[in-house]
Design a protein around this ligand. Sequence first.
Ligand code: GDP
Ligand code: CA
Length: 322
Amino acid sequence: MRITALAGGVGGARFLRGLLHHLAGWPDGPHSLTVIGNTGDDITLFGLRVCPDLDTLLYTFGGGIHESQGWGRADETFAVQGELAAYGVGPQWFGLGDRDFGTHIARSQWLGQGMTLSEVTRRLAGRWGLPAGGVTLLPMTDTPVETHVVVDDGDGERAIHFQQWWVQHQAALPAKRFVVAGLNKAVAAPGVLDAIRTADLVVLPPSNPVVSIGIILSVPGVRDALRGTQAPVVGVSPLVGGAPVRGHADACLSAIGVPVTPDGVAGLYADFLDGWLVDKADEAAMAGAQIAVRAIPLLMTDVNAAAEMASEAIELGLSLRA
Ligand code: GDP
Ligand code: CA
C-alpha cells in the first residue's frame, strides 16, 4: 500500500511515527509512506535556513527528537546560542540547540552549493536512516516560501513572520489573516503531485489545519491533485473536546473565521475529504455530517496510541475504497 500524507511538525510527526509503527506489523508489505512537509514555517536565522517542520519529521522518524518537547533534538545543549547572546546577536526567542544548529549549517551549506531543498532534505534524511521503512520526506515546494501573519494591535495592519507571531508572541497578537510570501512563484516540489495522484490512501494527520495543512494546500496543484486522486482521503481531527491538543490552532481558525470545531476543520477540506476521524468527545458535534465519520480516542499519549489512531485511519480509508 502506498500512503501519502500532508504534514506539519509535531502533530504530523507523532501521528506518522505511529502509522509507521502500525505498518511495520502489518501483513503483505512492503508499504511505503510519502510525507509532504510544510515549509511555510521556514525562516532564515543567523544566516542559516531553518525548516522546523521538516526537521521535526526527520528527528521524530529517526529517533533523535526531544520526546516530551516534541521538537528539537534529545540531549541538546545551547552553547552556540549562549555565545550569540553574549555578542548581543538575536533573535533569542527562537530556541536553537547545538545539535540542531548542525542540521541548519549542513542544509545552508548544501543550499548555498546550489542544491534544491528536495535534494538537501534527501541528504539530511539519509543521516536519519530514511528511506528505511519505506519513508520518503518531500518538502511541499523547493521555492523559498514563508508564512506571514497580518496582525493589527491598534496601530494599523502589519505583517510579521509566522515564527515571530507563534513563538515570540505566542499567537497572542490579534491575527487578521495569513499570507504566504513567495507563493506566487512556487511550484510543487518534484514528486509531490504524483504522490497524491498515485497513492492508495491519502492521510491528513492531526496537523494544524490553517498554518500547516492549509499552507500545503495553497501550493499550486496540490488541491487539484487531492480532488482528482482515486485514493480515499482520510483526515484526523487536531481537536479533542473542541480544543487543540497543543499549540494555537484555535487562534488560527478564528483568524480565518472558521469555528473551532471538528466540523469547522473538516469544512476546510470539504472538496476532497472522504473520511474524518474525530475524538469520542466530539462525536455529537459531527452528527449529520456528509462524510464518513468515525469517533475514537484521539490523544497521542505514546507511540502505541498514535499507531492505534493510524490503524483506524487506514481501516476507514480501505472501507471507503471498497
Ligand atoms: P506543528 O507544526 O509543530 O505545530 O505541528 P502540526 O501542525 O503537525 O500539528 C499541530 C496540531 O497537532 C495541533 O493543532 C494539535 O491540536 C494537534 N495535536 C497534537 N497532539 C495531538 C494529539 O495527541 N491528538 C490530536 N488529535 N491532535 C494533536
Ligand atoms: Ca509548524
